[in-house]
Design a binder for this molecule. Structure first.
Ligand SMILES: Nc1ncnc2c1ncn2[C@@H]1O[C@H](COP(=O)(O)OP(=O)(O)OP(=O)(O)O)[C@@H](O)[C@H]1O
Ligand SMILES: [Mg+2]
Length: 333
């Protein structure tokens, strides 16, 4: 059952359209990510969902109700912004309790809910600390606890992890997903980080310049990009013109205009009925678990990646033969 629908949302600033006919739909308990480069309209769309900005056109429904003209405070939406915006003069527990006090819940009920949130977000022992005494990751968890304690119908997260270092960020992604699942909370995350989107989402909408470029599960988006933008943005795909692929494979015909091939689809093992490319190795880079390099063949460059487990030695300047399965060559629109 659809829980949130966004129909034909349009928005412009100073005559410049930043969102074009946006349609979205989320199920209850779904974790949806809006993914796209800087300036593509993610925050604007999230703020329209929250009721902080009015769209020029379009309809937003939550739980069957048209909320397009409902004020932000009456939409039952929780929101976490990129800057934590905690109250500096309140403790962790007081920060989390804030929304419940506004709702005038009794003290015992507040204590119980706050204790549950503290436990859920792994902040036990920090209840009486002030924000300045916490790490960035802990502060972000307080912000999260504070926005979900009131039991919003939908949780909106605008790049909540982007200020954190990689390790903490990965940890918090896992925790966020676990909490979201446990509470079965419909959640919309905004991010420009494709790995983060892949890691946490049930479904991803990719935005480009105010348009939805593609939507689907992480698997669908990664394995079947529909156009050049998605292919380049999501998986470091090689994008080839048809004639470039013909040159690379010495004569095989590729009638489409554009094709995408994932770097890890190239292999050194021969493939039955596969395509063969012979070229010169260049720009070898060790990236931890994978080795990435370029192969030049007939004036065309290919980026290939292999898992770093093999004892295969990839040397710059040497000749190498790579194979690809034809099904890994994706035609783009
Ligand atoms: N209040 C405003 N007045 C005028 N233009 C605005 C306003 N808010 C956003 N814009 C413009 O709308 C476009 C989309 O902005 P938005 O903040 O939604 O992008 P974003 O996808 O969230 O980017 P980022 O990843 O950098 O946060 C940008 O070109 C921005 O300059
Ligand atoms: Mg933004």
């Amino acid at each position: 059952m659809t829980y949130v629908t966004v129909e034909k949302i349009n928005k412009s600033f100073k005559g410049q359209t930043v969102l074009h006919d946006i349609n979205l739909s989320f199920k209850q308990g779904e974790f949806v990510t809006l993914l796209g480069p800087s300036g593509c309209g993610k925050t604007t769309l999230l703020r329209i969902l929250a009721g902080l900005i009015d769209p020029e056109q379009g309809v937003i429904k939550i739980d069957g109700k048209d909320v397009t003209h409902v004020k932000a405070k009456d939409r039952k939406i929780g929101m976490v912004f990129q800057s934590y915006a905690l109250f500096p003069n309140m403790t962790v527990a007081e920060n989390i309790a804030f929304g419940l006090k506004m709702k005038k819940l009794d003290k015992a009920a507040i204590q119980k809910k706050v204790a549950r949130m503290v436990e859920l977000t792994g902040l036990s022992g920090k209840e009486n600390s002030y924000p300045r005494e916490l790490s960035g990751g802990q502060q972000q968890r307080v912000a999260l606890a504070r926005s979900i304690v009131t039991g919003p119908k939908v949780l909106l997260l605008d790049e909540p992890l982007s200020a954190l270092d990689a390790q903490i960020r990965k940890n918090l992604q896992k925790q966020l997903r676990a909490i979201q699942k446990e509470l079965n909370m419909t959640t919309v995350l905004v991010t420009h980080d494709q790995e983060e989107a892949m890691a946490v989402s049930d479904r991803i909408y990719i935005l480009n310049e105010g348009y939805i470029a593609q939507s689907g599960t992480p698997h669908e988006i990664y394995t079947k990009p529909v156009n050049e933008f998605v292919a380049r943005f999501i998986g470091n795909y090689n994008v080839f013109k048809g004639e470039e692929l013909s040159l690379l494979t010495r004569g095989t015909e590729f009638p489409h205009k554009l094709y995408a091939v994932r770097p890890e689809a190239f292999t050194s093992q021969m493939i039955d009925n596969g395509l063969e490319i012979i070229g010169k190795v260049d720009k070898v880079m060790m990236l931890g678990n994978v080795t990435r390099y370029e192969l030049f063949s007939n004036g065309v460059s290919v980026t290939a990646e292999h898992l770093h487990k093999s004892n295969e030695d990839i040397q710059e300047g040497t000749l190498k033969t790579l194979y690809i399965d034809k099904k890994d060559v994706i035609s783009l629109a």
